[in-house]
Design a protein. Structure first.
Length: 466
């Protein structure tokens, strides 16, 4: 919301006089004792009446603007959730614009009509065999061989890579080093590139003592932006080729994998199959919930201040850097990006998180979902059960006001998702319902905040929504 605010002229003059009295007591004017110079002498000393007034207004504004803003949001019943962005438009008279972040409004629309088709979960024999092969490779041994390298061999090799110089590079410039590893150890897996596509294939057929130099190009979508689309030169040398020797898939292997759990290979296979079934079902459930949530966001009408997205970006960066500003600065320097550019990379994800939070908060309100004290107590006991001797210490933490609030939010969030899943799973078509027209807060929204300052009598006009 944008407010256009003008400070009452009478209030401005009173504030200017107050600032003058403070200034006069400390002004040092030649020929007068401190605080004793008449106004005319002070005006001549600072360059004239206009210059004196301009300086006094600058000082007065520091108090007048916050005070005028606070009165304006009270007078207009603006539900501000954060500090405003202020822009001084005129100095004399004092007029400024305040961009006010207001409490978001959410209309879920016809959310009861959301339906999501459940994905079938099927564990195939090929999936089971793939997991068995991974286990066999985990317990494999390697034996040195004299032949050329083949897929699934293990190599000990030297790998050195440098970026090729650009055509406009300065004379005498050194190529940037990508890596320089004299004793790299790695398996050759078909379909699993080493650093860049084509490097793994270059090792095929090479024997111990062989070396090779080749040029490769990083793809445009390479994970590290600084290398995208760049040409590079690699020098590789094989020091040792080892053949992978897999254990037989039998009862002895099953016991090797877990002596306390398996006695036969069939037991191992059955466990792998059940684990795959459980994992795939969990993924399918997560996908179902995400699709339902996406539809809930898609069908909602949202209005929220952009400061909520900025806050979310702050949270994301804080989580990734541990609130270590020095480490954050070093990281930005290492990747060669500005803070503004780096933050922009999180904007899309942050906006999605804000939208999800708002619609879920609104859904819990519309559905009148509640958490009772007994629910919180039961949840706390579940949380501390696996903590052993530390359980009592964590119980005290969870029983604090802040701890119970956190548990309550988690339970409400869980209930809200469960209700959304229930709606999306309903095989019956939902009856139409009129769209809601209610403004609601979210967990991310905060109470109305004022800017410290003296009260005044501002005039304000509401220009537009933010």
């Amino acid at each position: 919301m944008l407010l256009d605010i003008e400070v009452d002229p009478e209030r401005l003059e009173k504030s200017i006089e107050a600032e003058y009295r403070k200034f006069a007591t400390r002004a040092r004017v030649p020929g007068f004792r401190p605080g004793k110079a008449p106004r005319a002498a002070i005006e001549r000393h600072v360059g004239g009446a206009k210059q004196l007034r301009a300086g006094l207004i600058d000082d007065a504004i520091q108090k007048l603007v916050p005070a005028a803003y606070n009165d304006a949001i009270a007078e207009n019943e603006v539900d501000a959730i954060d500090q405003p962005e202020l822009e001084i438009v005129e100095i004399d008279p004092v007029r400024f614009k305040a961009t006010v972040p207001v409490r978001p409004s959410v209309d879920l629309g016809d959310y009861t009509s959301i339906r999501v088709e459940k994905e079938p979960v099927e564990v195939t024999p090929e999936m089971v065999e793939e997991q068995i092969m991974l286990l066999r490779r985990r317990h494999a041994t390697q034996a040195p061989v004299e032949r050329g390298a083949e897929w699934d061999d293990f190599l000990i090799a030297s790998v050195k890579g440098t970026l090729k110089l650009e055509a406009d590079a300065e004379e005498g410039a050194e190529p940037e080093e990508i890596l320089d590893d004299e004793d790299a150890e790695f398996p050759l897996r078909e379909g699993q590139p080493l650093i860049v596509e084509g490097l793994a294939e270059a090792f095929l057929g090479m024997k111990s003592g062989d070396t090779k130099t080749l040029d490769l190009t990083f793809p445009e979508d390479f994970r590290m932006e600084r290398y995208q689309g760049k040409d590079a030169t690699f020098t590789i040398g094989v020091k040792e080729v080892k053949e992978e020797q897999l254990p037989e898939a039998d009862d002895e292997f099953a016991v090797m994998v877990s002596p306390d759990e398996f006695e036969s290979f069939e037991q191992l296979r059955a466990k792998i199959e059940s684990s795959l079934q459980e994992s795939m079902q969990q993924n399918a459930d997560n996908s179902f919930r995400q699709k339902a949530l996406d539809l809930l966001v898609e069908g909602a009408t949202l209005e929220y201040p952009k400061v909520m997205v900025e806050r979310e970006i702050d949270h994301i960066i804080k989580d990734s850097t541990g609130n270590d500003t020095a480490q954050y600065a070093r990281y930005l320097q290492s990747i060669g990006r500005s803070e503004a550019d780096f933050r922009e990379g999180f904007r899309e994800g942050a906006e999605a998180r804000v939208k999800r939070s708002l619609v879920l908060s609104k859904l819990s309100e519309v559905e009148a979902l509640e958490v009772h004290p007994d629910d919180i107590s039961t949840e706390i006991e579940k949380l501390i059960e696996p903590m052993g001797e530390d359980g009592q210490r964590f119980r005290e933490m969870f029983l604090s006001e802040a701890g119970q609030a956190t548990v309550s939010r988690d339970l409400i969030s869980r209930k809200t998702i469960e209700r959304l899943v229930e709606i999306a799973s309903n095989p019956e078509p939902a009856p139409e319902r009129p769209a809601a027209d209610v403004e609601s807060p979210s967990d991310d929204a905060t109470d109305s905040k004022d800017v410290d300052g003296e009260p005044s009598a501002p005039s304000a006009t509401e220009e537009e929504s933010e």
